[in-house]
Design a protein. Structure first.
Length: 334
């Protein structure tokens, strides 16, 4: 089943072809090994619990889809495509997923929990039932050069936790860079995290572009940077949920965040009439948490409605500096 070729450093390449078991190869891999998937379609979910391994495809022609019978490992029964699963005591460290497509899973294309230095690069996550690529309780992640399209919720979703209520955690320099998000409910959601960067992404044709989400818990979400992104024409309509009103025409939205820098982004033609519509929007969270001490500067915002810059918050210390825009609510922010 597996062709193993030792490298000069004694690491092993595990070769998997369509019809063979990816999970068997992953279970056999040791830190430093690579599991390489040749082009083709694999009807399987994969659970990774070993640090330091790489699961790599041959590009978009390597496709993972749900098995006809989802029974099997915990990743399959949860409805995910690939799961990288550590524990609080022993996070999965230094593992990578690269160059493959995750399509049509009931929940998430890729789900990572309790990881350190996870790299996800060159992955296409499409048509999944909730999130395309998602992490929680994870630090120092690198999510780079991925495509997330037509997922039912966020294309990329990073969070402190998803099953408990607690304050933001320090992401310790997580990087979300060079990705393309299109056709999702929200392009990128950053929820209850601190110390990360969202930069140089192309976010278009979603209902909303980029969300930075906090609440009343302590520590607050924030102390992060959203920089150099092209956020344009996020004008799909998505109906309201128990947590949010309907979404349409939102570029970059901060809600319940502090000390966040929004800079050097190009935000254009995001148009709608939702309470969250507009180019760059500060909106008081629905649980009453204010945005405070955030900085919006050196952005180009044009053609957005109801305005290019919207400060719908009463929090203290939010500043708008040297942005190139036409209209704002309230007036005078441009």
């Amino acid at each position: 089943m597996l062709g193993a070729a030792p490298s000069a450093t004694a690491h092993t390449m595990h070769l998997v072809r369509p019809g063979q078991s990816i999970q068997s190869a992953v279970d056999a891999a040791r830190p430093g090994d690579t599991v390489f998937l040749t082009p083709g379609t694999y009807r399987e979910s994969v659970r990774i619990t070993t640090s330091g391994i790489t699961l790599r495809g041959a590009g978009r022609t390597t496709v993972l889809m749900p098995a006809a019978d989802p029974a099997g490992n915990a990743c399959a029964t949860a409805g995910h495509g690939i799961c990288v699963a550590g524990t609080d005591a022993a996070p999965v460290t230094g593992t990578a997923v690269r160059s493959l497509t995750l399509s049509g899973f009931k929940k998430h294309g890729l789900w990572a929990s309790r990881t350190d230095r996870l790299t996800v690069r060159g992955v296409t996550a499409e048509k999944n039932g909730q999130w395309g690529i998602a992490t929680e309780r994870s630090v120092r992640s690198v999510l780079r050069d991925n495509t997330a399209r037509n997922n039912a919720d966020a294309g990329l979703f990073v969070s402190n936790t998803t099953d408990t209520e607690q304050g933001a955690i320090d992401a310790r320099g997580t990087v979300i860079e060079g990705n393309r998000m299109t056709g999702n409910r929200i392009g990128v959601t950053v929820r209850r995290l601190r110390n990360l960067v969202v930069q140089h992404n192309d976010v278009t044709a979603n209902c909303a572009g980029v969300f930075v989400v906090g609440d009343e818990s302590k520590p607050r979400a924030g102390a992060l940077t959203v920089r150099g992104n092209y956020v344009h024409e996020n004008n799909r309509y998505c109906p309201k949920t128990p947590r949010l009103p309907y979404l349409q025409g939102s570029g970059i939205v901060l809600t319940g965040a502090e000390e966040t820098l929004i800079t050097a982004n190009w935000v254009e033609d995001n148009r709608g009439a939702s309470p969250l519509s507009g180019g760059i929007v500060l909106f008081k969270s629905f649980v009453g948490a204010l945005n405070e001490r955030n900085t919006v500067k050196y952005n180009v915002a044009q053609g957005n409605a109801p305005a290019d810059l919207v400060n719908g918050d009463t929090g203290a210390g939010n500043t708008f500096q040297a942005n190139l825009c036409t209209g704002s609510q309230p007036a005078g922010l441009c």
